[in-house]
Design a protein around this ligand. Structure first.
Ligand code: ATP
Ligand code: MG
Length: 413
């Protein structure tokens, strides 16, 4: 026998409870964002590599280490999407949708990053995300965050999660902050990790996002973004905060949050929890005012977030239960046709019907119990001749005979 094949490292099959948790996260998010006027888009899971290399930052971890890129048979450089914001902005431009903004877009689907797999970190993972495209107003920042908070609460996980916010300010603020960081980290150069010493040359902000323990100690005392904010940027940030309060979203400021991708400016935020160990960020995002332009579109200030579905699914206290079927059981081959008709009637009435394929009455009842059926409709030879069926309530253990119509009506109520 050949050795059984394994799924690729860092990937998972979603089966049973795992699938139901996943599905529940997506469906809940869909329902909530609809209330805020978002429409759902689906973009390709692979894109021209430049969609990401141009926009996420040549020195970002994602671009330097994590992308699944390959030349396809025609020689084009293709990348499995590591995130979906760049793809959404690309789609906005290529579909000629840059007029009539703002637009609110929701998405859900798989993302791919070549990472070291660990709890809460896989190579194929899934995200839900929300973007408000073409809205410079601080109200947009607050509303997209409020929609995210609403989702967390609808999932019942809001209590264990805290919103942390920060601002990176405009270009001037960011440059001033960057200079302060370079001065600070240069003084601690010899104790920084090798990666962070490289970041110091190329992109010092990224050191704040380092996962290295030693780096994190240095980062703890690093300069504060707020000390380097231009007045206009500070005003915007204050307005975002006051709208968040208006929306009833609790938050705390964390002046060390910078997002790992280059396209962010102004608001940056993360919803974090201490319930998932090291991988505690469940939802993260910020404002990205230049991204659509980098895709060849007009200036389109935008804001959004993405959330890891697996991490949210892990926070759910309970997996949603599968629906309980009604088992339709013919006693003997002659009753099979009537059983199929009855199953069709149940389904037409919106109920889950399960036809046991094989075995005698006893075996089929065992199967019904195994499927956690709520009821069994038993079609015996003599009853079918009289036009009745047996309805057995599998929780109460009671059994009654009645017409098929009555049984369907009873099960529906
Ligand atoms: P981290 O700092 O943990 O690497 P990130 O900044 O790379 O996160 P984002 O690009 O902001 O993450 O992605 C948003 C969310 O997607 C994360 O907060 C997380 O919930 C989820 N996520 C990101 N990468 C992975 C992964 N490899 N496996 C599972 N979930 C992930
Ligand atoms: Mg990452």
């Amino acid at each position: 026998m050949p050795t059984p094949l394994q799924p690729p490292r860092g990937t998972h099959d979603l089966i049973g409870d795992d699938f139901r948790r996943h599905h529940h996260v997506v469906e809940t998010a869909r329902r909530v964002v609809t209330l805020y006027g978002f429409e759902e888009w689906a973009t390709p899971i692979f894109e021209d590599t430049r969609v990401f290399s141009r926009t996420l930052g040549e020195t970002s971890d994602v671009v330097t280490k994590e992308m699944y890129s390959f030349a396809d048979r025609g020689g084009d450089s293709i990348t499995l999407r590591p995130e979906n914001t760049a793809g959404i902005c690309r789609a906005l431009v290529t579909n000629g949708l840059t007029q009539g903004l703002p637009r609110k877009v929701f998405y859900a689907g798989p993302m791919f990053r070549y990472e070291r797999p660990q709890k809460g970190r896989t190579r194929q993972f899934h995200q839900i995300g929300a973007e408000i495209l073409g809205a410079p107003e601080p109200l947009a920042d607050a509303e997209v965050i409020a929609a995210g908070w609403h989702i967390l609460n609808a999932l019942g996980v809001g209590e264990g999660v805290v919103l942390e916010i920060n601002t990176l300010g405009d270009t001037e603020s960011r440059d001033a902050y960057r200079a302060a960081l370079v001065a600070y980290f240069s003084a601690h150069r010899d104790v920084l990790s090798e990666d962070s010493r490289m970041r110091l040359e190329k992109n010092p902000l990224r050191i704040l996002d380092s996962k290295n323990e030693g780096d994190r100690q240095i980062v703890a005392c690093a300069p504060d973004t707020r000390e380097h904010l231009q007045q206009a940027a500070a005003t915007l940030y204050a307005e975002v905060q006051s709208y968040l309060t208006r929306f009833g979203v609790p938050f705390r400021e964390n002046p060390r949050i910078v997002r790992g991708l280059d396209y962010y400016s102004h608001t940056a935020f993360e919803f974090v929890t201490d319930r998932l160990g090291a991988q505690g960020t469940v939802m993260a995002g910020g404002r990205y005012n230049g991204l659509v332009e980098e895709m060849g579109g007009p200036p389109t200030p935008s804001v959004g977030w993405a959330a890891g579905i697996e991490r949210l699914a892990m926070l759910l206290t309970q997996a949603p239960a599968p629906p309980r079927p009604v088992a339709v059981i013919p006693v003997g081959e002659a009753q099979e046709a009537a059983a199929l008709d009855l199953a069709a009637r149940l389904r037409a009435a919106g109920m889950v019907a399960e036809i046991a394929y094989r075995g005698n009455l006893k075996r089929r009842m065992e199967r019904a119990n195994k499927l956690h059926a709520r009821a069994a409709l038993i079609l015996g030879e003599e009853e079918t001749a009289r036009g009745v069926v047996q309805l057995r309530d599998l929780d109460a253990g009671t059994q009654e005979s009645m017409t098929a119509e009555d049984a369907v009506a009873r099960l529906r109520s």
